[in-house]
Design a protein around this ligand. Structure first.
Ligand SMILES: Nc1nc2c(ncn2[C@@H]2O[C@H](COP(=O)(O)OP(=O)(O)O)[C@@H](O)[C@H]2O)c(=O)[nH]1
Ligand SMILES: [Mg+2]
Length: 446
């Protein structure tokens, strides 16, 4: 991807710098600006995003154990994701079936190809899909659709030589419904006698087939012009979602994506090549990760988030010194519980011996965490400081107070000692620059 190359250069230069100081951030921002402008992103948007990256990079304090560099990368990542429409809405399995999608867009935008790609994509996700060729204007439009879908065994309804596009759409939907299709995708004309009659046909077709959503196909090579085009269509037939095509060929992809994202209509798919397989659900988060060329960017971002929520400076220092107390462990359990999404966070913390997620399920983890908390609450300050003094009679007393079994108390002590040992071991093998990472490793080693 063209946008990616320039961004990658800027980011890798920044990563290679010894210091993430003001100068380095400035150089990074300028590199990103160049990359975005080259990709035809609107100047105002580029300015906005640059200002925000500068401002946030300076303002956001790295939590203990996290480098400034990681913070800057996280800011860049989040701002780019935002530019491309924020969190993805994704393609959800339709509730109502059959689910009818009417696909509109101007001629040459890649409509027919996209109809076929989406049909094939959904089919490979286990849905029974059919397509209707209702473009009566372009010669051979129906043949093109059939040619793409027949080898895949996907049904295409069309009427050779027919001219009643609305009628074809209605009959096609009915026929494919009878055949048990769960999703029906309608390909429409992109050119007419004139613009007005095209829009009129789209309106009538939408009235007649009552699609669950109207999808708009936009040619990604037109850059910023994608925005006004999306808006114009949106005014005529309310657009449910957008597919942006040809992102493999153009240097202007960034402009198209950001302009379309700015209209507020979600981009759900992108086309990345001529083959029927060349389609991807659009997820700004993973898209940006790939653009920036840092494969573990997501994990950096997560790491920063984990560090932000879970470890105070004091705690971090203590943990690094190897004094990992039972209280630390209980505190972290609480943090993990309230921080969610649990699956992600859990693997970052040093609780060897806890039920492995997701095999054993979150419910079990939460139950265990609750039990540990109850046990902790029933301990004397002395026992909390030095859990090794807990013998059988103490364990019985604590268990009674906490409403658990004696074995649970022993398990807590055992797990604490293990966690502590691994935190220490991680420290001996030269603790990595950040605590969260060290803690994660400590957990993994077990
Ligand atoms: N490289 C590339 N070409 C595409 C993509 N999508 C469509 N095309 C090409 O764009 C041209 C027009 O596509 P078509 O589906 O016929 O457009 P329509 O007139 O809107 O139905 C064809 O040559 C397609 O192969 C894409 O994502 N990448
Ligand atoms: Mg077509």
């Amino acid at each position: 991807m063209k946008l990616g190359e320039a961004l990658k250069v800027a980011v890798s230069k920044f990563v290679g710098r010894p210091l993430a100081d003001k100068e380095a951030v400035e150089e990074l921002v300028r590199g990103i600006q160049r990359a975005l402008l080259m990709a035809d992103v609107k100047v105002e948007l580029v300015k906005e995003i640059s200002d925000r990256i500068r401002e946030r990079s300076e303002r956001e304090k790295p939590p203990p154990g996290i480098s400034r560099k990681d913070i800057v990368l996280k800011v860049v990542y989040e701002e780019l994701v935002n530019l491309l429409g924020g969190r993805s809405t994704g393609w959800k399995r339709p509730q109502e079936r059959p689910h009818i999608v009417m696909v509109v867009g101007i001629q040459g935008s890649g409509k027919t190809t996209t109809v076929a790609k989406i049909a094939n994509y959904l089919r490979s996700n286990g849905l029974k899909v059919g397509a209707v060729g209702a473009d009566t204007y372009r010669p051979a439009a129906l043949a093109q659709l059939k040619q793409l879908l027949s080898p895949k065994g996907i049904s295409v309804y069309g009427e050779e030589g027919g001219s009643d596009a609305v009628g074809i759409a209605v009959r096609g939907v009915n026929r494919l419904k009878e055949m048990g299709c769960e999703v029906i995708i309608i390909d429409t004309a992109g050119r007419h006698r004139d613009q007005e009659s095209l829009m009129k046909e789209m309106e009538e077709m939408a009235k007649a087939v009552r699609p669950n959503s109207v999808a708009l196909v936009i040619d990604g090579t037109i850059g910023q012009a994608a925005g006004p085009q999306a808006e114009a269509f949106h005014k005529t037939t309310p657009i449910g979602w957008i597919a942006v095509t040809k992102l493999d060929t153009s240097a202007k992809g960034g402009g198209a994506l950001s302009a379309v994202a700015a209209t507020g209509a979600p981009i759900r798919f992108i086309g990345t090549g001529e083959r029927i397989e060349d389609i991807e659900p659009f997820e700004p988060e993973s898209f940006v990760s790939r653009l920036l060329g840092i494969p573990d960017l997501k994990s950096i971002v997560e790491r920063v988030k984990i560090a932000e929520i879970s470890v105070s400076e004091e705690e971090a220092k203590r943990i690094l010194k190897g004094t990992f107390t039972l209280e630390d462990m209980i505190k972290q359990l609480k943090e993990v519980k309230k921080a969610g999404p649990l699956e992600k966070l859990l693997s970052s913390l040093p609780f060897p011996g806890l039920p492995k997620i997701p095999e054993e399920g979150l419910a079990k983890f939460e139950e265990q965490a609750k039990r540990f908390e109850a046990i902790y609450n029933s301990m004397t300050p002395e026992e909390r400081r030095e859990p090794t003094i807990i013998d059988s009679s103490r364990a019985r007393r604590i268990a009674r107070g906490a409403g658990v079994r004696e074995g649970d108390v022993k398990r807590l002590v055992k797990q604490y000692l293990e966690a502590k040992r691994f935190v220490k071991a991680a420290k001996r093998t030269r603790i990595p620059a950040n605590v969260a990472e060290a803690l994660r490793k400590a957990g993994e080693e077990f």
